[in-house]
Design a protein around this ligand. Structure first.
Ligand code: ZN
Length: 329
């Protein structure tokens, strides 16, 4: 019988559902993340998208029973599994008041488990690290950290070859490490002066009239104020990487996300200086590398959570995620 597995990539703006067999991806569907209705609307949307992807692949949806999920967080753990407590989807948690619902929590694992026999849910950066360790930049690395620097800041942590999950699956929320007592910008978590409030793509402009791309363009063109904002942000990231290195004894950081993707080559020396200029016995030789899976790290990472072990070697050879660009939506 054909073995079929599914992947969900749940973000604040879109959800992607993919199905794959041993040969590679068969279909992928995306939709804007539902933001209204009953609190189980998001989980129902996920099931509908996966079933639709199976149908599009020409497979009976009932054959799809194993699903890996990469999701924005944080999570709360209940008796029936993980629920999402995500301020970018739940209007009842958002300080911005711009969401058309009053949700404070979204059931996920319990609803999915009523449809699928196996459901594995991880924070998006933990799933990304799983993908990078299976097929990407740090294959089988034992002590590695995935970092995303985009509209938010997230981390996935691996120590002694084990991905860290934590008591509710929230390990790696180091974007909320408190850093600057003088920080004024409010983070989505409610703190001021944490890493995300200082450097995320949403916060780095500090309320100036520039958007983030314009800020970086001004910095590169030599504008002194823009340059200071950007280089200070890189320093904060470097200090966070140092803190993680001395805590976890990390050997390699994989840094992705839109900000790093566009500006990492320029900012890397600043980040490296903060990381390497202290406590050499712990920091010597720590490397920073780009991701190997690019835009589809979430899809691949989610699939890795439920992928049969015998698929891994053939997928390493054929790299089927490269064809995802060509799958019709
Ligand atoms: Zn925060």
């Amino acid at each position: 019988m054909t073995q079929l597995i599914g992947a969900l990539d749940i973000g604040g703006t879109k959800i992607a559902a993919s199905v794959a067999d041993a040969t590679g991806f068969l279909a992928r569907m995306t939709e804007a993340t539902v933001k209204s209705g009953a609190p189980d609307a998001l989980a129902r949307q996920c099931i509908r998208l996966l079933d639709a992807a199976a149908e599009k692949a020409g497979v009976a949806p009932a054959l799809l029973q194993r699903v890996g999920v990469s999701s924005c967080g944080p999570f709360r753990l209940h008796g029936d599994g993980i629920a999402l407590v995500a301020p970018n989807i739940c209007g009842g948690l958002s300080a911005r008041g711009n969401l058309p619902n009053d949700w404070t929590e979204l059931p996920l694992q319990g609803v999915l488990a009523a449809r699928f026999a196996q459901v594995e849910i991880r924070n998006d950066c933990i799933a990304a690290l799983q993908g990078e360790r299976t097929f990407g930049a740090v294959i089988d690395a034992r002590d590695c950290v995935y970092v995303t620097w985009s509209t938010g800041i997230g981390f996935g942590l691996c120590v002694d070859g084990r991905l860290l999950a934590g008591k509710q699956g929230n390990a790696g929320h180091a974007g909320h490490l408190l850093m600057d007592p003088a920080g004024q910008t409010l983070c989505g978590c409610g703190s001021r002066g944490d890493l995300e409030s200082l450097i995320s793509g949403m916060n780095i402009t500090r309320g100036q009239a520039l958007d983030t791309p314009a800020l970086f363009a001004a910095a590169k063109a030599g504008d002194a104020q823009a340059r200071k904002l950007v280089t200070t942000a890189a320093s904060w990231l470097g200090r966070a990487l140092y803190d993680l290195t001395v805590t976890l004894d990390t050997s390699v950081f994989v840094i992705g996300g839109s900000v790093w993707q566009h500006h990492g080559a320029w900012l890397a020396p600043i980040v490296r200086h903060e990381l390497e200029s202290r406590f050499p016995v712990l920091t010597h030789g720590v490397t920073i590398v780009p991701p190997g899976l690019d835009a589809f790290v979430a899809d691949v990472g989610a699939l890795c959570l439920v992928m049969p072990a015998e698929w891994i070697e053939p997928w390493r050879a054929s790299r089927p995620w490269q064809n995802l660009h060509h799958l019709p939506n």
